[in-house]
Write a protein that binds this ligand. Structure first.
Ligand code: FMN
Length: 500
């Protein structure tokens, strides 16, 4: 049995927050401050090509492409997407090809390069660990994305929103250069439908030597932890135990879905994981979901955890990818004690509850939701199904209703669904421009956002990732160590680091 006891474990994992709220800048700042910085892989191919179409200010994407070990792919991507002058005012972004089970070489190449770039940049200028977060429910891009991240030397892979049983084995195979297979969830299929990725297709003569990253499963129950520990294909190195107050998607309550009078899911004692059973598995674990406080870290350690995973507190710090105007209005309203977070069981096309912060001008408003003409042009959350003729089809409950129903979907599934793909890209300032109206953001946060921001920001209107770390670690270290480490790391510029 492998236990990570020889490895210094982070006390704080900065949670992977899609789409690119946990970008390379945030992960790099957190890693430089001595904790685990995590980038989000979700939709990163689109983020990457939109940054290129916006002229790649700072030259970071091109720097990463210069280091990508397959230069002909870098060239093709630059030729297709890079715009030196950026886009003209109001010009829509060019989209990446949509994913399919059969896969296209072009999309596979883009996924590898985009995931490589995000990890490569997060690792620049320090020697600390960096992780990448993927959602189990988004399966088609998984293999090339993981390979790109492994090529960049990613240290941890974290995955939740499903049961990622196959992923530890996939990491074993990809890092040793072997072909990896992933069974896909396909509605109506009786046979196994697989996604495949073979590194030797890209490195026919000489496979690069790669390190197998550690794998942490994000789980909500001890049963899931036990399943992963005993039945996963390959070794699971640890767990993040996430409760239903966490930002982003939440696991639905166990048993029948009951809603309170506001329409939010009711969680009960059955949803509380038995921490003793998780501890008995003998692998490190981190607690998540309103644990981003000094008391949260102390409580987690008392439970036997290595530390905590924190999202909400980092989502609004200076280094995160969220639009600065959204950050400031949320910080301001939280400081005034005005915040409303709604756990929406209808919004996400995944069918999982999704927390939404009530913010003017975003998709939390009924009027904005109704005004948006439904369009599905990114497709990450589409479900794959088997058609009557045996071929595969793709549909998303947030796509135009008639199209969804034409593809055999139930009209009831479409009610209240929001296009998280386009909404979350707008949240980081990369929303699509359309004649029918520009895409509007959607902001997800944890239930305790107001208290969290008040405790960290105090009288200030902004704060840094180091402030978050210092706040959480206040009781254990008593001095602002993270700040010192971060300052030291940032004295060298990124471009200088890259040359060294
Ligand atoms: C803006 C935001 C986006 C998130 N996106 C993801 C995601 O894409 N994948 C994931 O596993 N968790 C996601 N999460 C959850 C975080 O990684 C983390 O586990 C959680 O935020 C911890 O609880 P807290 O929000 O109370 O700190 C997200 C959280 C936030 C606030």
């Amino acid at each position: 049995m492998r236990i990570m006891d020889s490895v210094k474990l982070p006390e704080i994992i900065q949670g992977g927050m899609g789409v690119a709220v946990s970008n390379w800048t945030l992960a790099r700042a957190v890693a430089s401050a001595g904790q685990l910085g995590v980038v989000s892989s979700t939709g990163i191919d689109t983020v990457f090509i939109r940054r290129l179409q916006d002229g790649d200010p700072g030259r970071h994407m091109r720097l990463a492409l210069d280091h990508f070990p397959l230069p002909e792919i870098s060239e093709r991507i630059l030729k297709k997407y890079f715009r030196e002058e950026g886009r003209a005012e109001g010009e829509p972004y060019k989209c990446a090809p949509m994913g399919s089970v059969e896969g296209s070489r072009e999309w596979e190449e883009l996924l590898m390069a985009a995931n490589f770039a995000e990890v490569f940049l997060a690792k620049l200028g320090h020697a600390r660990s960096v992780g990448i977060n993927l959602l189990e429910k988004i399966q088609i891009p998984t293999l090339p994305s993981l390979y790109g991240a492994v090529l960049a030397g990613v240290d941890y892979v974290l995955m939740g929103a499903g049961i990622p049983r196959a992923i530890p084995g996939v990491l074993d195979r990809l890092s040793s250069g072997a072909e990896a297979l992933l069974k896909l969830d396909v509605k109506g299929a009786s046979e196994n439908i697989l996604s495949r990725f073979n590194p030797s297709r890209y490195f026919p003569d000489h496979l690069p030597e790669l390190k197998r990253p550690r794998f942490l499963g994000i789980i909500t129950s001890h049963v899931l932890a036990q399943t992963l520990a005993t039945k996963a294909d390959g070794y699971v190195d640890g767990f993040v135990v996430e409760g239903p107050t966490a930002g982003g998607h939440n696991a639905p309550p166990r048993g029948a879905l009951l809603l309170d009078d506001k329409g939010e899911p009711i969680y009960g004692p059955r949803d509380e994981p038995d921490i003793a059973k998780i501890r008995d598995l003998g692998r490190p674990f981190w607690m998540a979901g309103s644990y981003g406080t000094p008391e949260g870290l102390a409580l987690a350690k008392d439970m036997g955890a290595a530390g905590v995973q924190v999202g909400t507190a980092f989502a609004f710090c200076n280094e995160s990818g969220m639009r600065p105007d959204a950050k400031s209005s949320i910080i301001e309203s939280c400081r005034k004690g005005i915040s409303r977070v709604f756990t929406d069981v209808r919004a996400s096309p995944t069918g999982f509850p999704f927390k939404v912060f009530d913010l003017e001008g975003t998709m939390s408003e009924e009027s904005e939701y109704k005004e948006r003409r439904r369009v599905c042009d990114l497709g990450y959350l589409r479900h794959v199904f088997k058609k009557e003729d045996g071929s595969l089809g793709y549909r998303c409950p947030a796509e135009p209703v008639d199209a969804y129903v034409r593809k055999g979907g139930d009209i009831a599934d479409t009610e209240g669904r929001k296009c998280l793909c386009n909404g979350l890209l707008a949240t980081i300032g990369l929303g699509q421009k359309r004649k029918s109206g520009d895409e509007k953001p959607i902001v997800t946060v944890g239930d305790r956002v107001a208290e969290t921001i008040q405790a960290i920001a105090g009288e200030r209107s902004s704060y840094s990732a180091a402030d978050v770390i210092n706040h959480i670690r206040a009781k254990v270290c008593g001095q602002p160590k993270a700040e010192k480490q971060e300052q030291a790391a940032s004295t060298a510029t990124i471009l200088h680091d890259a040359r060294c």
